[in-house]
Ligand binder design. Structure first.
Ligand SMILES: [Zn+2]
Length: 342
């Protein structure tokens, strides 16, 4: 049967050379399909002399089996090496950059301050964002009738299981009472915390209902404004460089007396005067003071024996000064393109 032999050899060669599954399917139809070359041969069986039919039929069936086996083998081979559908891979294209996650600039600033204060002997801990009205206000000499409460635009969030009014803390200063209570009257005490604070402020370039503070305080014997000033000077030099200077201005907070707003020499113009410092050469950075007797007493310390100093810093503000960011909303928008810069 030289004819069958020819068809088989040609088919095997083409099947082996088929470049993809579509081509292979065409070959299958061409040879062993309903009207394929081999199928047509089988149909001619009837016109052969009876003594030749058996041998002819066998040779067609053998050829068909070999072709089908070859197709199967080639199919498996092509599937194994199949490339994903789509355009050809262009290995000359530049790679796609995968951006690594990074620490948020607010956290970077908070960590820098934390590290400096840890070096000065302050311990660190986290405290709850949802705070009792007592620790947020009363323990800080701000009872319900106190006008300072109105300035805080507090979010009240109902009562806890003991029936106490709960608020979203309006300042991290709320941690003072908890730390003093845990100390059980033992001094010296140096503690700090940092975290989110919340006030129902209208949003603009310098106000956001969520902001981050860092608070620290110390309780001991013979503590004075000099200790406060030394601590803050060390902190400012660590944050803004060794030439940073501080200026104390009298101020008022319900929980400290005397109280001082503290300015740092402008980080941009070195006190020559620029837009950032409104040509004054100074930038307001924090509030501070000596802890009031009422606050020490509420914390279990006898103010006749112990003194304390305290300060609170807006971490957002320091972050904005360090990186010259002019809008607080940028810090809370979670825009990757913005955050990638830090
Ligand atoms: Zn300036």
């Amino acid at each position: 049967m030289p004819m069958i032999e020819d068809i088989l050899n040609r088919a095997l060669k083409e099947i082996h050379a088929a470049a993809n599954l579509a081509e292979l399917d065409k070959l299958r139809i061409q040879y062993v399909g309903k009207n394929g070359e081999l199928t047509v041969q089988m149909k001619s069986l009837g016109i052969l002399p009876p003594e030749e039919r058996k041998a002819f039929g066998q040779s067609v069936n053998t050829a068909k089996a070999k072709m089908e086996a070859a197709i199967e083998e080639r199919t498996a081979h092509l599937q194994q090496n199949a490339r994903p559908q789509g355009p050809e891979l262009d290995v000359t294209l530049p790679g796609r950059r995968r951006w690594a996650g990074r620490v948020h600039p607010i956290t970077q600033t908070a960590e820098a301050m934390k590290k400096l204060l840890l070096g000065l002997g302050f311990s660190f801990d986290d405290f709850p964002d949802i705070e009792t009205e007592y620790y947020n206000f009363d323990a800080l000499n701000t009872p319900a009738w106190h006008p300072a409460r109105d300035l805080h635009d507090t979010f009240y969030v109902g009562k806890n299981h003991e029936g106490h009014n709960m608020v979203l803390r309006t300042h991290t200063t709320a941690f003072q009472g908890r730390v003093m209570k845990a100390a059980g009257g033992r001094a010296p005490l140096r503690a700090m915390t940092t975290g989110r604070c919340y006030r129902a402020d209208d949003i603009d370039a310098s106000h956001f209902p969520i902001f981050q503070q860092l608070d620290a305080f110390a309780v001991g014997r013979k503590l004075s404004m000099a200790d406060l000033r030394w601590t803050l000077t060390e902190l400012a030099k660590g944050l803004f460089g060794p030439e940073a200077k501080l200026r104390f201005r009298p101020s008022y907070f319900p929980f400290t007396t005397p109280s001082a707003e503290v300015d740092v020499s402008c980080v941009v113009c070195k006190q020559e005067g620029c837009a950032l410092c409104s040509r004054t050469g100074w930038l307001e950075v924090l509030g501070s003071g000596m802890m009031r007797p009422e606050v020490l007493r509420a914390g279990g310390f006898d103010p006749a024996e112990y003194q304390g100093f305290a300060f609170g810093i807006g971490v957002d503000r320091i972050t904005m000064l360090r990186h010259q960011i002019n809008d607080i909303r940028l810090l809370y928008a979670n825009d990757e393109a913005f955050l990638r810069q830090f």
